[in-house]
Design a protein around this ligand. Structure first.
Ligand SMILES: O=C(O)[C@H](O)[C@H](O)COP(=O)(O)O
Length: 307
């Protein structure tokens, strides 16, 4: 009988005390830090304390920084403007977003056939990344072009539609969902989601995340989407290729257990660091630790890495 190897057990999450030697030892294990953005660097349009100085400190120690965000509302180009606004120097190429990850998968992995297009439930970040990859699309931020009470006449099937792509859409409505539902009834039409976050943190509160935009379609169709954001390992593989990432020297920093920390653990990164400025609370981190799903270490906020 084949013997099953138990997964290696993981130590309980440890809170870093902030002592200089301890912080230095932690940082020195890594050559690359993958940073989640919302809830780690900022909350909505509020920059979190000492973020600029912490990132500067890591760069001055020769660390490679990659910003891995599930936020699909902005393209990498537009997201870099958000960094600039906060005074964080960044190159567009250091940003890896779920909209980009999705567009790259559609054009380079799945290779959408000529003459086909995708229907978008989402914002301009998805549209711009699809444009950059030359993928025809409709829906999204464009008006649907018919009165709401005529929706039944515009619901699929449509042989030009190859996929439905969902992301966070703060203007989602019944007509968009009805159209997507119509297209997805054809089992040949792919169902993709940039990411699956149930919520995201902003202004000290939680708001519905991108997962809440694809969930009604799952309820209607019984189909779950393929996702390209954290914790999807399709995203990790793209990052590994693009940045020639050495996983044995990389650390994932995030605020959310079931996206960021899971992404780092599943991806086999050497380290995971959680911060308490976003979604997951300290008791949840400790509970996750008991199930072997917690981060290696955690801090109150990223700025505590300054010691
Ligand atoms: O649902 C969303 O789109 C996300 O929750 C959100 O934008 C997360 O971004 P991240 O924390 O990965 O930067």
């Amino acid at each position: 009988m084949a013997s099953e190897t138990a997964p290696p057990s993981r130590a309980a999450p440890r809170k870093l005390t902030g002592k200089k030697q301890e912080i230095d030892d932690f940082i020195d294990q890594f050559d690359t830090f993958l940073f989640d953005c919302d809830g780690v660097l900022w909350q909505g349009d509020v920059l979190l304390p000492k973020v600029v100085e912490t990132l500067e400190m890591l760069r001055s120690r020769g660390k490679k920084l990659v910003f891995v965000t599930n936020n699909s509302t902005k393209s990498r180009e537009k997201y870099s403007k958000k960094f600039e606004k906060f005074g964080i120097p960044v190159k567009v190429d250091e940003i890896f977003g779920s909209a980009y990850s999705t567009a790259v998968a559609i054009s380079r992995v799945y290779q959408i056939p000529k003459g086909k297009r995708v229907f978008v439930i989402g914002e301009e970040g998805i549209e711009e990344e699809l444009d950059a990859e030359g993928i025809p699309h409709f829906g999204g931020t464009q008006p649907l072009g018919f009165p709401d009470d005529e929706v039944a006449e515009h619901c699929g099937p449509d042989p030009t539609v190859w996929a439905v792509v969902t992301g966070l859409d703060r203007k989602i409505n019944y007509a968009k969902l009805a159209m997507a539902f119509g297209f997805l009834q054809d089992p040949e039409v792919h169902f993709f989601a940039t990411n699956f976050d149930s919520t995201f943190p902003t202004h000290g509160k939680l708001l519905p995340g991108a997962g809440s935009c694809s969930a009604p379609l799952t309820f209607m169709t019984g189909r779950g989407p393929t996702t390209f954001g954290k914790p999807s390992q399709a995203m990790m593989e793209s990052i590994e290729r693009k940045y020639t990432l050495d996983k044995s020297k990389a650390c994932m920093v995030g605020d959310r257990l079931n996206t960021d920390i899971k992404f780092g653990i599943k991806g086999g990164l050497k380290g995971t660091l959680a911060v308490l400025t976003g979604v997951s609370k300290e008791h949840e981190i400790l509970e996750a630790g008991e199930a072997g799903e917690g981060p290696d270490v955690y801090l109150d906020c990223l700025g505590d890495l300054l010691g």
